[in-house]
Write a protein that binds this ligand. Structure first.
Ligand SMILES: Cc1cc2nc3c(=O)[nH]c(=O)nc-3n(C[C@H](O)[C@H](O)[C@H](O)COP(=O)(O)OP(=O)(O)OC[C@H]3O[C@@H](n4cnc5c(N)ncnc54)[C@H](O)[C@@H]3O)c2cc1C
Length: 460
């Protein structure tokens, strides 16, 4: 690829979530003239941290996986070494709810043989995986079809279904295996199976200095996840403009004019390149004048609602041993929430020594009607179920929540068409780049990693 370096080029990034800020940081380092416009009064987007009654509540992501060296590089260059924390080793154990009991997810072959999470028939079925051929449905398979075919129905119900709820707050019947789990799809495509593919790709990843999501370490910051976006924004100083709500974009010659509202004033900024990192449904409005079909593709990406519910109890009233990451609930178990993270086990400074803090997730694509339900009634129902599972007696010390009406973009079947159209749009509209968590992965780690390739697009 021929790269023309033009540090004088003016680049405006819309959105100060982790995608926009990481890209701004890298471009700024290369000497580009960057401005970030953000609607909210704080940087971070989906990453929000608050302290209530002395307890730290991450309302969006609770942690990130260190899947790429850029994360460590940011921590070092921003001087965040003292803030940076890896998850407590106790957090390695994960539980799945089955018949109202928590079963540890087996992480080794002997544990897999012993576990009561799967029946002997399901275990036997799993052994058949290396002998199952590739699918002919290619792109249009859901993760549910893919897993049922390769690993069996019980593995889908008690491993993949809850896992998908934990990562995407999604529905395995709707999510595309190719788009939402590209590595899994690639294992079948490239190597012919998951077991053989896993062994061979470990070797290849080692050579690229990347870590798989399974082996990558979980991290956060002593003062919560928002430390990272805030530190990037502080580093960029006046280049990040908060309370700037972008309303429209106009093309003038080879350049762009961006219109935004700042403290009830209408303002504009001109640039050579626009990098949009706003959610797809916002980008649909901003680029409607450029391409109506693009807006349709963007609006087709579904963002289900999620209610994040944070609760703290006295440790003395908790019957369940607190020795893991938390638990996920398969939809087949019919509960009113998706799962719970044992926040103060993973990051002990999330509470004091007498209390334990938990983060519960409600809704998602599994239960989208959460949007229309009275939140207080829903929370008290979930509380009862949680207290029963965890054998908790006594009232909580703190209950609070954050409702996300449009939480996480779903890479559903048909997403490949959207992806193709986004590429085509960028080719036909030089100087406009579409980024953010609806492209290239939803995790914080993916958003950071993607910033590198987005920088290359900005430089062309
Ligand atoms: C509840 C929840 C839990 C999650 N848990 C995890 C987790 O544990 N681990 C993990 O890795 N990931 C998790 N994620 C996913 C991850 O946090 C997000 O995918 C990621 O932070 C998205 O970053 P982004 O910058 O792409 O988008 P966003 O964070 O959405 O940023 C977009 C920014 O654009 C701004 N904006 C919107 N409209 C305008 C406008 N008109 N003008 C100017 N600015 C505008 C927004 O205010 C926002 O700041 C979670 C997400 C949610 C919602």
């Amino acid at each position: 690829m021929n790269i023309t370096v033009e540090p004088q080029k003016k680049i405006v990034i819309i959105g100060a979530g982790i995608s926009g800020l990481t890209t701004a940081y890298l471009l700024n380092k290369l000497g580009y003239n960057v401005t970030v416009l953000e609607k909210k009064k704080e940087p971070g987007g989906s990453i929000e941290t608050v302290v209530e009654k002395g307890f730290l509540f991450d309302k969006g992501p609770n942690s990130a996986l260190e899947t790429h060296p850029l994360i460590g590089q940011l921590v070092e260059e921003l001087g965040l070494e003292d803030e940076f924390v890896y998850a407590n080793k106790e957090g390695n154990k994960r539980y799945i709810l089955k018949n109202n009991e928590l079963h540890q997810l087996p992480m080794s072959p002997p544990a897999f043989i012993k576990t009561k999470l799967f029946t002997p028939a399901a275990k036997f079925r799993l052994m058949a995986e290396p002998f199952i051929g590739r699918s002919k449905d290619g792109y249009y398979q859901s993760i549910s079809e893919f897993v049922k075919r390769r690993l069996g129905k019980e593995f889908l119900d008690y491993a993949i279904n809850p896992f998908v709820a934990g990562v995407y707050a999604g529905n395995p019947e709707d999510l595309s295996v190719k788009s939402a789990f590209p590595k899994l799809y690639e294992l079948e495509e490239k190597y012919g199976g998951l077991m053989i593919g896993t062994l061979r790709s470990i070797r290849e990843r080692k050579m690229r200095a990347e870590k798989s999501k399974q082996s990558a370490k979980m991290l956060s910051f002593k003062n919560g996840m928002q430390v990272l976006p805030k530190a990037i924004a502080n580093h960029l100083g006046e280049k990040v403009k908060l309370l700037c709500d972008v309303s429209s974009i106009e093309k003038i010659g080879n350049r762009y004019k961006i219109y935004y509202n700042h403290l009830e004033q209408k303002e504009t900024i001109d640039c050579d390149t626009i990098l949009s990192t706003v959610p797809a449904y916002v980008a649909a409005d901003l680029f409607r004048n450029f391409d109506e079909t693009l807006s349709k593709h963007l609006l087709d990406i579904y963002y289900p609602p999620v209610l994040v519910f944070y609760i703290v109890y006295k440790k003395s009233g908790i019957g369940q041993p607190l020795d893991g990451f938390g638990f996920l609930i398969p939809s087949i178990e019919r509960k009113s929430f998706l799962g719970a993270i044992w926040s103060s086990v993973i990051f002990p400074n999330r509470s004091d020594e007498n209390n334990a803090a938990f983060t519960l997730f409600i809704g998602g694509a599994r239960d989208p009607e959460v949007g229309g339900v009275d939140k207080e009634i829903l929370i008290s129902k979930v509380r009862k179920e949680f207290e029963q599972i965890m054998r908790i007696s006594g009232d909580p010390v703190l209950v609070t929540y954050r409702y996300w009406p449009k939480a996480i973009p779903q890479y559903n079947i048909g997403y490949v068409e959207h992806e193709r159209y986004f590429d085509e749009f960028e080719k036909n509209n030089p100087g406009i780049i579409l980024s953010g968590n609806y492209r290239g992965g939803i995790s914080v780690g993916d958003c950071i990693k993607n910033a590198e390739s987005v920088v290359e697009k900005c430089r062309v």
